[in-house]
Design a protein around this ligand. Structure first.
Ligand code: SF4
Ligand code: FE
Length: 483
């Protein structure tokens, strides 16, 4: 068993040589950077919980490749029970961190690549599946964080990849040699890039014959020569530089996204999983997206649990928790949150084995899950803000609360229910602010909208997968038109 501890993981990142830019400066040691550290703490929880016996059932799995115990984040799903455990693990981690813990994208990329490389080899006589499984064995044995990079820059959305004025707006092969590929382009919105050991790059859409060079999937170490990462800003992010725990709301944890630039990166053949097989690009996108749409039924409901808890705690601290309309709003939040979870569980329980043996979620239900996730967190956040009242956005800073002159006034005038201190009330409001307006909202709201595909992408899948003709037949039979 080669499971890393939290500290092993952090040290392993320290040993890497990534090129990282944060707010206009090249940073040689992102591990200890105050803007990055909370996201590292969140990702590190995937290691920490895996070492705790009470979470072993969710966090660990037996590898079908080696028979060894591995972290579930590197495991190929071997049953519907594995798919269900994944969602439960994600909810647990969302509850523990209140943010995006980043490691699921790679898990979803690994599972999608496993079945797609198998299908591709069967159809085309290629040898990608064995290459992929050899790579995955190393990921499992070394217990690595893998980033799944799909979203290209895309340029002018009216134009196909091959029609763009700048061919680099979609990642593509610029050279093929006997040793491997050279690739160029960029991937946007890359969750947890700075905290990853490896990056798996995949195409972003279905491609045509003319776009062979864009049909490329591979894995590279996150510090491979030619890779440059640029850290993405989040609302109120510089509060983390202010030396105030209270004002940050969720001081220990947070997510991050980055732009990953691939400037003529060399990829040896033993790390290439698709190179020109354009007919399989759509399948890879569909399966990866299906897994990641399932993921949101876990992680976002875990964060939702924290937000519902914060709303209830604020109501208690302000003396409104007994009001019938507040109770009703809390119930509505629970209903919405559990509906997303139910979809995550349902698409897992209805999953099926692919030809490679790896289990895939029910794609129709996974898309229903994600479509709900594009809406419900916004409504949950709206209700939380309704319950909180205006102090959510007018609260003075921690430094004012501690100030010798105005601090006592604030403690006096912000005091509410006796059982709770003013500081407790303020901390809860700040946590809610983080989740609904601050850096946490980047993941809980906007990422819920666009991560794993924007709502229109799910609607297209629903239209395709729902078998409308069969529904028409059912109706015609009951109406006496058809036997
Ligand atoms: Fe995992 Fe959720 Fe973050 Fe995606 S958004 S990486 S599913 S925690
Ligand atoms: Fe995401």
């Amino acid at each position: 068993m080669a499971l890393m501890s939290r500290d092993d993981y952090i040290e392993s990142l320290r040993g890497m040589n990534k090129r990282v830019f944060i707010m206009g400066q090249e940073v040689t040691n992102p591990v200890d950077h105050p803007l990055v550290r909370p996201s590292l703490n969140a990702c590190a929880m995937t290691y920490e919980l895996a070492r705790q016996p009470e979470y072993a059932g969710l966090m660990l799995a037996t590898s079908n490749l080696t028979g060894q115990t591995v972290n579930r984040f590197t495991h190929l799903h071997q049953s519907t029970a594995d798919l269900v455990a994944k969602v439960k693990m994600q909810r647990l981690l969302g509850q523990m961190t209140g943010c995006c813990f980043q490691r699921c994208v790679g898990l979803d990329a690994l599972n999608a690549l496993d079945s797609v490389t198998y299908d591709m080899d069967q159809a085309l006589g290629t040898r990608y599946h064995a290459t992929f499984r050899h790579y995955l064995r190393q990921v499992q044995e070394r217990d690595l964080v893998v980033d799944g990079a799909m979203t290209d820059a895309k340029g002018d959305r009216q134009l196909r990849p091959s029609q763009q004025a700048d061919p680099d707006l979609f990642v593509h092969i610029v050279e093929k040699t006997s040793d491997g590929l050279v690739v160029r382009g960029a991937k946007l919105h890359q969750t947890g890039a700075l905290n990853s050991h490896e990056i798996i790059v995949m195409p972003t859409q279905t491609l045509s014959e003319k776009e062979r060079d864009y049909a490329v999937a591979f894995a590279v170490p996150a510090d491979a020569p030619g890779i440059v990462m640029v850290y993405g800003r989040q609302p109120s992010d510089t509060r983390r530089l202010e030396d105030s725990q209270l004002d940050v709301g969720n001081p220990q944890f947070g997510g991050h996204e980055a732009v990953i630039i691939l400037d003529d990166v060399f990829v040896p053949w033993e790390r290439v999983f698709m190179a020109g097989e354009y007919a399989f690009s759509g399948l890879l996108v569909e399966r990866f997206a299906g897994y990641h749409r399932q993921s949101y039924g876990g992680c976002k409901t875990g964060v939702g649990d924290v937000l519902i808890g914060a709303a209830q705690a604020v109501a208690q601290a302000q003396g409104t928790d007994k009001a019938s309309h507040i109770k009703d709003k809390i119930v509505e939040m629970i209903h919405l949150n559990e509906t997303m979870y139910a979809c995550g569980i349902a698409c897992s329980a209805e999953g099926q084995a692919t030809a490679s043996g790896t289990y895939l979620v029910n794609l129709l239900l996974a898309n229903v899950c994600k479509l709900n996730v594009t809406r419900f967190p916004y409504e949950i956040a709206r209700l939380a803000q309704d319950i909180a009242g205006g102090l959510l956005v007018t609260l003075p800073s921690e430094k004012d609360l501690a100030h010798p002159e105005v601090g006592p006034y604030l403690k006096k005038y912000l005091h509410s229910v006796d059982r709770y201190t003013t500081e407790e009330r303020c901390r809860m409001l700040r946590l809610m602010e983080n989740l609904t307006l601050g850096p946490g909202a980047a993941a809980y709201l906007t990422e819920s909208m666009h991560g794993a595909g924007s709502p229109q992408a799910q609607r297209i899948m629903l239209a395709r997968l729902a078998d409308l003709e069969e529904k028409v037949r059912l109706a015609r039979r009951l109406a006496g038109i058809e036997q």
